[in-house]
Ligand binder design. Structure first.
Ligand code: ATP
Length: 231
């Protein structure tokens, strides 16, 4: 276990973001934080990264808190080049030039490093956003909807990159709406529904136990819908 949430509640003035959410993230795993619109994924991420404080409940880290974050949308200073932005962030994280080069190459932006970010496409900005989250040696990487803006090839490459990160011992938590994507990439799932945990654990085990082939089928079963709602 790397971090756990205990009975987390987050109340907003008009909405309840999270209601009694308990979970634990196991070290060295890729975990999908799944759920539909308004399920509570971003709220849970904001609590984990410390951007907001829970109304009640606790977040407990096993050992030192060590977290790197890829937001779903990042406004880089557009007058800077990709290399300058990474250099700036690397300075904060005390990362070497060699590591910056490696990361920029890994996300396919090395050739574009001297271009201003204002000239980047959305997908390129998203890859730079991914690159900054890979810098350093934090134990947990949290990625908010990392497939946003990526094309099919880069979605495939993202999977490989996150698997490589797992190989070097890091724990990955990514949020997604797409249960099929969660299933393709993750070892474990934390599925939220209306601010509560609907499902948690190894994807293999939860599917086996429910005798379902896919998370989507299991989700539909749990929320009481059939695939063909109009039939
Ligand atoms: N800053 C806020 N102020 C008020 N309500 C909020 C705030 N942030 C989230 N909520 C509410 O908390 C609930 C969970 O929202 P959250 O953004 O965490 O869901 P999500 O799973 O990330 O959804 P999406 O996939 O649409 O981004 C929703 O009912 C939402 O309206």
């Amino acid at each position: 276990m790397i971090v756990e949430g205990k009975a987390l509640v987050k109340k907003y003035s008009e909405n309840q973001g999270l209601q009694d959410v308990t979970f634990s993230l196991n070290e060295g795993r890729i975990i999908a934080l799944a759920g539909g619109n308004g399920a509570g994924k971003s709220t849970l991420i904001r609590l984990l990264i410390g951007e907001e404080k829970q109304s009640s409940g606790e977040i407990c880290w096993a050992g030192e808190r060590s977290i790197s974050y890829m937001p779903d949308d990042i406004n880089f200073p557009t007058a800077l080049t990709a290399a300058e932005i990474l250099q700036l962030l690397a300075g904060l994280k005390k990362v070497s030039a060699a590591e910056r080069e490696k990361v920029l190459k890994r996300v396919g932006l090395w050739e574009y490093r001297k271009q201003k970010v204002s000239q980047f496409s959305k997908g390129m900005r998203q890859r730079l956003n991914l690159a900054q989250s890979l810098l350093g040696d934090e134990r947990l990487i949290v990625l908010d909807e990392p497939t946003n803006g990526l094309d099919l090839l880069w979605i495939a490459e993202l999977k490989t990159i996150l698997q490589e990160q797992k190989q070097i011992g890091r724990t990955i938590l990514f949020s997604t709406h797409l249960l099929s994507f969660a299933e393709e990439l993750a070892d474990d799932v934390l599925l939220l529904y209306e601010g509560k945990v609907l499902l948690e654990g190894s994807i293999h085990t939860v599917l086996d136990q429910a005798k379902c082939n896919h998370l989507e089928e299991l989700f539909m079963k749990k929320v009481g819908l059939t695939k063909n709602r109009n039939v």
